[in-house]
Design a protein around this ligand. Structure first.
Ligand code: CP
Ligand code: NVA
Length: 348
């Protein structure tokens, strides 16, 4: 764990829109700070770094973890939080993103936005004149990445020489972001999916460039047996993401059934210390409306991860979910807070 004030200062008053906007050193500082934020919370060390700041949370898509994490982190930091759900603002319907951004930017100190098009969060940030945090778009989920690589750091002590294998829809926001974030941070990343769901070429090329700089290896493959050996982390996500057309379900299930994370697949890793991660929500049983309707139509007890694997690894997966709180708090704090005071309190 280290502290570099000059690097931490780079985040001040800056939006957090996508991982590529930051260097390996900056991301590493943020991961370390997230671990410190967790310690501060567990040990009741005061950290009201955003006292009396006003924060707007805008959610065009549903959320459990991200909304809860921004709300609780904001309150722990001493800020006032206002939540705006879908259809509660004029945004996009009666008022442009730009005009909304100007109005909110004159009232709030920062804005969180979860939406469909990535260009919308960029547009919000360009006009708001206050920092904007991306709470997920169709293309990226950067706050999730800080929690995920924080979790891996906690388990293994460092990210050095680690290999992460993502299995499932290789085109979605999580797969793209794991590929890019891993390649910036020097983590080897395998994307294992059917060829039809490989990430776009421009994403693979970008990851390759970052990997050359960081010394990591990236590999995009549909060959599970060959690719999965020696993985330290097996990561999966839903087979269809929020906002995708229901017409895709049939095809996705047929394509992705062989890529389910189940016991047989885990046995192929040959690494006794492999951990399993999932950003959640997960379809590991039939205890959801969607899970049940998929079961009735396709006779599947689970989709991307079996209940057996989920139950065996749930301590890790729910720790990953809890880490959304600590990492989002770190992001909010470096953007708006007086970090010198925090580091002094933590005696670092
Ligand atoms: N992982 C994640 O972003 O969860 P939510 O959709 O519940 O926010
Ligand atoms: N790929 C998923 C991630 C959810 C956190 C989605 O966008 O729905």
């Amino acid at each position: 764990m280290n502290r570099d004030e000059t690097i931490i200062k780079n985040f001040k008053q800056k939006s957090f829109l996508k991982i590529m906007d930051f260097s390996k050193e900056e991301l590493t500082q943020l991961i370390d700070l997230s671990i410190m934020m967790k310690k501060a919370k567990k040990e009741n060390i005061p950290h009201k770094l955003l006292k009396d700041k006003n924060i707007a949370l805008i959610f065009e898509k549903p959320s459990t973890r991200t909304r809860a994490a921004f709300s609780v982190a904001g309150r722990d930091l001493g800020a006032n939080i206002d939540y705006f759900g879908k259809e509660e603002l004029h945004i996009g319907e009666k008022e442009s993103i730009e005009d909304t951004a100007i109005v909110l930017g004159r009232m709030y100190d920062a804005i969180e936005f979860r939406g469909h098009r990535h260009q919308d969060v960029e547009a919000l940030s360009a006009s708001a004149k206050v920092p904007v945090w991306n709470g997920l778009t169709d293309e990226w989920h950067p706050t999730q990445m800080i929690a995920d690589f924080m979790t891996i750091t906690e388990v293994f002590g460092s990210l050095e020489d680690k290999t992460l294998s993502y299995i499932g829809d290789g085109r979605n926001n999580i797969a793209r972001d794991l590929l890019i974030t891993g390649s910036i941070l020097g983590v080897n990343v395998n994307i294992i999916s059917p060829e039809k769901l490989f990430p776009d070429d421009d994403i693979i090329q970008m990851a390759q460039q970052y990997a050359t700089l960081s010394g990591s290896k990236i590999n995009i493959s549909s060959d599970i047996d060959k690719t999965i050996v020696n993985s330290d982390v097996i990561y999966t996500d839903v087979w269809f993401s929020m906002g995708e057309s229901k017409d895709l379900i049939d095809e996705r299930i047929q394509l992705l059934k062989p890529f389910q994370v189940n016991q047989q697949l885990l046995e192929k890793t040959k690494n006794p210390n492999t951990i399993v991660l999932h950003c959640l929500p997960a379809f590991h049983d039939t205890n959801t409306n969607i899970g049940l309707s998929i079961h009735n139509k396709y006779d599947l007890e689970a989709m991307e991860i079996t209940d057996q694997v989920f139950q065996t690894n749930k301590e890790m997966i729910f720790n990953q979910a809890e880490n959304r709180l600590h990492s989002i708090k770190a992001i909010m704090a470096v953007t708006l807070g007086d970090m010198d005071t925090f580091y002094e309190q933590m005696a670092i």
